[in-house]
Design a protein around this ligand. Structure first.
Ligand code: NAD
Ligand code: WQD
Length: 338
């Protein structure tokens, strides 16, 4: 594989993955309709990597145009990030989520099936819901999803598995990300929340920067070491590198091969620990108040990543401190007043 189509390549994880692809000697071909990103991410990719990936401002579900691009660019592998990801919004506009994340995905897979092109798919730890035991491994049961967004990931995994197993031409991997955070250490690309963020890291960095409200810690009476929720925060550069390992692994597999891998740090941190880590790393106070539980929150989850460690030969290199430092560095770059 040499020419890799990155759908959603202008987004948070896609842009970091494009950088790592180029660093590993691949050509990245980016298709993104900029529905949740800006073209400035492409400038960042260019500045970091010194390469200019082909960019197509296109809805990935335009099957005809996408096929033209795949043929023109001699694409021989796909990493599929393009999707909507706002959990709250998905409960208000489920059809928008099913159309983009599921219907679009079926079209994409049909094209890849015809052309015999392998795919790495962005799944999520959300498929596990509240795990029965920790750390959670890939054998853990898939629980009823908490949101239409979560359902789209469960449906896509099922569709991908069934389509791949029935095919003589497809092979695929689904990566179940835990909580991707941080930014590229250069500060040239990072997470660009359009509108008010709801994820912890951007809420914290905006609160420190004084461009957002103070952080409300959602719940301090859970059965966890300090009463706040536990998550597995993984640095986005470590996560990006897992995609290259997954492509390499797929390369050695037969058609019809499908598997899933957890991609996390393997560590659980509470919200209060994250606040402390930010304060120690940045030397700044995180303005916050202790608040009520958030509806639908999982109490505690973190990954067992032994499968990815052993089979993909992937492991994390970065720490929570790195994530806080890089997320804050990125925030200072996107907050003009700082
Ligand atoms: P993001 O919103 O930053 O990136 C997604 C990109 O896809 C955006 O640039 C957006 O413009 C683009 N896009 C959306 N619909 C499109 C369409 N129809 N055609 C073309 N481009 C389209 O999100 P992200 O955080 O980088 O997430 C990437 C993937 O990883 C998503 O599939 C998401 O569900 C999954 N994921 C994210 C997280 C997380 O917390 N960030 C966790 C688990 C899984
Ligand atoms: C992390 C922790 C909050 C904001 C979401 C999606 C999930 C997956 C990852 C895509 C929780 C706490 C947060 C705030 C807080 N995405 N928090 N105050 O909920 O683990 O998962 O992103 O697949 O599907 O649901 O991430 O960043 O929202 O929250 O106290 O203002 O921070 O309660 O414990 P979450 P998050």
């Amino acid at each position: 594989m040499k020419n890799i189509l990155v759908t959603g390549g202008a987004g948070f994880i896609g842009s970091h993955t494009a950088v790592e692809l180029i660093a590993a000697g691949y050509n990245a071909v980016i298709v993104d309709n900029l529905s949740n990103s800006k073209e400035s991410a492409l400038t960042g990719i260019k500045e970091i990597s010194g390469a200019t990936p082909s960019f197509y401002n296109l809805d990935y579900s335009n099957d005809e145009k996408l096929k033209e691009i795949i043929l023109k660019e001699s694409v021989d592998g796909v990493i599929h990030f393009a999707a909507f990801k706002a959990v709250g919004e998905s409960t208000e506009t489920p059809l928008k989520y099913y159309a983009n994340n599921v219907a679009g995905f079926v079209g994409l897979l049909s094209t890849l099936e015809k052309l015999g092109i392998p795919i790495v798919f962005s799944s999520s730890c959300t498929v596990y819901g509240e795990p029965d035991s920790l750390p959670v491994n890939e054998q853990a049961p898939i629980k009823p999803a908490e949101s239409p967004y979560g359902t789209t990931k469960q449906m896509d995994e099922t569709i991908l598995r069934d389509a791949t197993k029935a095919s003589k031409k497809l092979k695929s991997i689904a990566l179940r990300y835990f909580n991707p955070v941080g930014a590229h250490p250069s500060g040239l690309i990072g997470e660009l929340p359009l509108g008010r963020p709801s994820n912890l890291f951007p809420v914290v960095t905006q609160a420190i920067a004084g461009v957002g409200k103070e952080l409300t810690v959602f719940g301090t009476d859970y059965d966890t070491p300090d009463g706040s929720c536990v998550r597995d925060y993984i640095h986005v550069v470590d996560l990006a590198k897992a995609h290259i390992k997954a492509l390499e692994y797929l390369n050695g597999q037969q058609q019809g091969f499908y598997d899933v891998f957890n991609i996390g740090s393997g560590k659980g941190n509470t919200v209060l620990e994250v606040i402390k880590a930010f304060e120690e790393t940045t030397g700044k106070k995180v303005p916050h108040i202790l608040g009520a539980r958030r509806d639908g929150d999982i109490v505690a989850t973190y990954a067992n990543c032994s499968k990815a460690n052993e089979l993909l030969g992937w492991k994390t290199e970065k720490t929570l401190t790195d994530s806080c430092r890089d997320a804050w560095n990125w925030q200072t770059k996107i907050t003009p007043a700082l």
